[in-house]
Design a protein around this ligand. Sequence first.
Ligand SMILES: [Zn+2]
Length: 551
Amino acid sequence: MQKIIPSALIILTATILTACTHSDSSFDEQDGLSSFNKDSLAQHIITLASDQFQGRRPFTVGETKTVEYLTNTLRSLGVEPGNGNEYFQKVPMVEITPTCDPSMKVESARGNFTLKNMDDYVIWTENTDSIVSLNSEEVIFAGFGIVAPEYNWNDYAGLDVKGKVVVVLVNDPGFSLIDSTLFKGKEMTYYGRWTYKFEEAARQGAKACLIVHNEAAASYGFNVVQNSWGKSQQHLDTRGKEYRCAVEGWLTEPAAKRLLNTIPDGETLLAKANQKGFKPVLLNLKVSTSMKVKAVFNESKNVIGKITGTKRPDEYIIYTAHWDHFGIGKPDAKGDSIYNGALDNASGTAAILEVARAFKTMKNKPERSIVFLFVTGEEQGLLGSAYYAQNPVYPANKTVANLNIDVINNFSPTKDVSIPGGEGQSELEDYLKKELDKKGRYIAPEAHPEAGHYFRSDHFSFAKVGIPALTIGGGIDAIPQGKEYGQKQQELYNDNFYHQTTDQYDASTWKLEGGLEDTILLFQIGKKLAFETTWPQWKEGSEFKALRKNN
Ligand SMILES: [Zn+2]
């Protein structure tokens, strides 16, 4: 007993010390909360998702109107310009339309054959040369195409792939074995995401990178690949700054097997790739194909506003939501061709405008600076946030946290919220948990850890440069209807509204109470951070921990 007393004292002292992270008593739990109301939230959504905004595609009239609306709203709220005297950051982009040869010629010692464009493979380019081609290039099967020192894994070890075509598998070795000791087991690490595969192949100097599609490992069918690529696509303008493979793309699994079978037992390599020490294999074949490229350069805009902190103005909390959507596209059966993107992501954009308004109404002004960043080009591949992360207005090592929202709940309050990708990345999750506890709410377990949801919205661009980043997703445990009802609502959205012309505001069915509560959560977390001197960290085992620069 005697020995316990002093250590109990130490624990008590330590508790007091960690509890006293507010630099003074100006933090007020209730401050700013009274400004939140769902009509104001709805009004922003109605405007941004109206047909006049034409689906908010970058480079269009829809962009001009959206940027103007966001800028005017920030100004009228009294939020300062976030980039010098300007409310925007220019984002140089390029729209690339490839016209591919109808087929790819394969020459091998076991005979020649062709693969069919769009049926057997889908390819594109980020190069802006007028013609991009593969001319009898050698092909290497490089397993998962992963270089991960922390897992002691290197699929490119001792290999020179410069100028060659690499074929790699989607996801990571942990998924295919469902072995919790490999990588993160079933949970997809960033090494499993398709964007990583192209980035790593480019770092290795490959000329082309083709990913073998597998529905379970990719978590979507080849039809999604066919619908998403092989047509006009926007990219960041990286001319002269960054090497990308000339050709990027996906192969169906049967097409990949035909390539692999140019060597004896080639097909078995698909299963061998998840064994430690797997060595890449040069296939006995050469491939040729080409595409004509139309490139249109243009500038899009991230919109950015700021409230300067009263005590630590050079420390920043950055809220993000993407303002863009798909614009005008293929008409649906009713002839509607406007992709209004009311939930995705007029709703998140509106939520951050409401957060900005709440911060402005606070009696005690935030001690750290609060930045509101509305990014462009998310639907084209997180372009606006990636550009910001690479060209930050505020230094990454002075950025305390990124809080992101992409789609809010529009059906009912819920007991739970989700963290896309699951828990375990950063201490921001502990802040979220504390706020949820106060309301008797909780974090729902991630239903599809293999899908890599953490890597699919703009907070991920911040994570990639080491800034702790949190995005919150809606829950399903509806009050009072329960989980089954909530699950059903989510399925309805995925099937009937997600990335379709039908994603429109509907006053007769939308209920924004739940979305408003989740918005308030994000506000409370940012407010707490704004009065603290602490720096939330990445958790042990997060692939982003090593990227955090000292602050
Ligand atoms: Zn979105």
